[in-house]
Ligand binder design. Structure first.
Ligand code: ATP
Length: 299
């Protein structure tokens, strides 16, 4: 759905984006993670043809960008930082302006599309208010509604939950996951690791302009080969597991064992009470920090 090779953008001596090779597949919820200033917005702008790359190539929906923008852009929904709305118009009127710019727009189906988009983002009750009276979160939702108008196969969203309260974040997450389940590929940028962890299937991590990691979330969070056991009977457990224990903190023991079921059975057999037991997994936070450190060492 999106593929870049060697994508680079320099602003004078600032390397905003350096040699980035994105691969977003059909059906992904792709999380583009990076700290403030790491180059996410610049990358998203290049994908949409709003900023020209210094070098490198971009393909969106199988067509080269920015050259095929007139063909590609009507087929995707996009929201980039600070959606530009007319402050004196209502949300509905703003969406009508957006929608009118598309080809073949007949009035009845346009009204239906706008209603659907407003309802999807939870703005159907407030659409008569002028946009200047909107909170940041409401503007963010309206931006998302504009991206949904064309019922696109691909959504490209720069920090879509910025400015939303926890309830709003949860609603947008639910909405994006529902759209994805119905076949929409979602590419979203965020500086929030937990957000990416909660909703994405694939992750790309940008660190000071460079893509330091790109993989399926499931693979990044693979088991470490250790099993974590919580038990009030630590002494008995330690005696049984002697030679396999890597660490103990209070009632928690980390054991070198990749078969949690067998481990549980052997503990229970000797009367050790088990509160919790399961395979330990790598956390996204650890993997991201390791990748950033390794990349920093190479520079
Ligand atoms: P944020 O989360 O804060 O939006 P970001 O990851 O989106 O950050 P970018 O906005 O892409 O990062 O910025 C990456 C780098 O490029 C920063 O050092 C920024 O100052 C620089 N930069 C971005 N746009 C321009 C520009 N038009 N002119 C000069 N430098 C720029």
């Amino acid at each position: 759905m999106i593929r870049t090779e060697g994508l680079t953008k320099h602003y004078g001596r600032i390397a905003a984006v350096e040699d980035v090779g994105l691969e977003v597949r059909d059906g992904d919820v792709y999380g583009f993670l990076g700290a403030n200033g790491s180059g996410k917005t610049t990358t998203v702008r290049m994908l949409l043809g709003l900023v020209l790359p210094t070098s490198g190539s971009i393909e969106v929906l199988g067509r080269s960008m920015p050259g095929s923008g007139r063909e590609v852009l009507p087929r995707i929904g996009a929201m980039v930082e600070g959606p530009g709305f007319y402050p004196q118009l209502s949300g509905r009127a703003n969406l009508a302006v957006f929608d009118a710019s598309g080809p073949g727009r007949d009035r009845p189906s346009r009204a239906g599309r706008i209603d659907d988009a407003l309802a999807q983002v939870g703005l159907d009750g407030v659409d008569r208010r002028p946009v200047r009276a909107y909170s940041l979160g409401m503007r963010q939702r309206l931006g998302l509604a504009a991206a949904l108008l064309r019922r696109p196969r691909l959504l490209v969203l720069d920090e879509p939950t910025n400015g939303l309260d926890p309830q709003g974040i949860r609603e947008i997450r639910r909405l994006l996951l529902d759209l994805n389940a119905a076949g929409t590929t979602v590419f979203l940028s965020s500086h929030l690791l937990t957000e990416i962890e909660q909703m994405c299937t694939r992750v790309g991590v940008l660190d000071r302009g460079r893509l330091v990691l790109q993989d399926q979330l499931e693979h990044l969070q693979r088991p470490t080969g250790r099993t974590v056991v919580r038990t009030p009977d630590t002494d008995a457990a330690l005696a049984l597991l002697d030679g396999h224990v890597e660490r103990q903190e209070g009632d928690t023991i980390w054991v070198r064992a990749d078969d949690p079921l067998a481990l549980n059975a052997s503990l229970v057999r000797v009367g050790v009470r088990v509160l919790e037991l399961g395979p330990e997994r790598h956390t996204l936070e650890d993997v991201v920090l390791q990748a950033a450190t390794a990349s920093g060492d190479r520079r």
